[in-house]
Design a protein around this ligand. Structure first.
Ligand code: FES
Ligand code: FES
Length: 155
């Protein structure tokens, strides 16, 4: 049986009909068509499904949809400006060569955004901690850390 919940998705509050057994990841991809959020492992190990809920980076594959009631959810699609311009983090990932296949990239960027929203000038250790739950099979992480560092003005 479906339930109605109200929450804010990418800045717009709305009521949604959901099934209690859905995860947030399922809802985003299969119901809303927000396929920027990726499904990698499906059980909390890879970070490909990372979104921001009330300022915290979380794995949406483990997040029951009913628990988003009343919360603010941001996905990678929510980072675009109104005129479709990429977020500075997205630009710097491209410019620094931090994207190869791109599968991990939305999750990496959401983890980085949650960190930068909390700390203007994170240290390299802060950055490593923020993305420690995000696996990348392509880049070796150095360029990802460089990209996030460059946006802090530390380089
Ligand atoms: S798909 Fe959620 S952590 Fe891997
Ligand atoms: S760029 Fe391919 S998994 Fe990270």
């Amino acid at each position: 049986m479906k339930r109605e919940i109200i929450f804010t998705l990418n800045g717009e509050e709305a009521m949604y009909e959901v099934r209690p057994e859905w995860t947030l990841l399922y809802f985003l991809r299969e119901v809303c068509g927000l396929t920027g959020t990726k499904e990698g492992c499906g059980y909390g190990e890879c970070g490909a499904c990372t979104v921001i809920i009330d300022g915290q980076a979380v794995n949406s594959c483990l997040y029951p949809i009913l628990e988003v009631e009343g919360k603010k959810v941001f996905t990678i699609e929510g980072l675009l400006s109104a005129d479709g311009e990429l977020h500075p983090l997205q630009k710097t990932f491209i410019e620094e060569g931090a994207v190869q296949c791109g599968f991990c990239t939305p999750g990496m960027i959401m983890s980085a955004k949650a960190l930068l929203d909390e700390k203007d000038k994170p240290t390299e250790n802060d950055i490593k901690e923020a993305i420690e739950g995000n696996l990348c099979r392509c880049t070796g992480y150095v360029k990802i850390i460089d990209a996030i560092t460059s946006i802090t003005g530390r380089r």
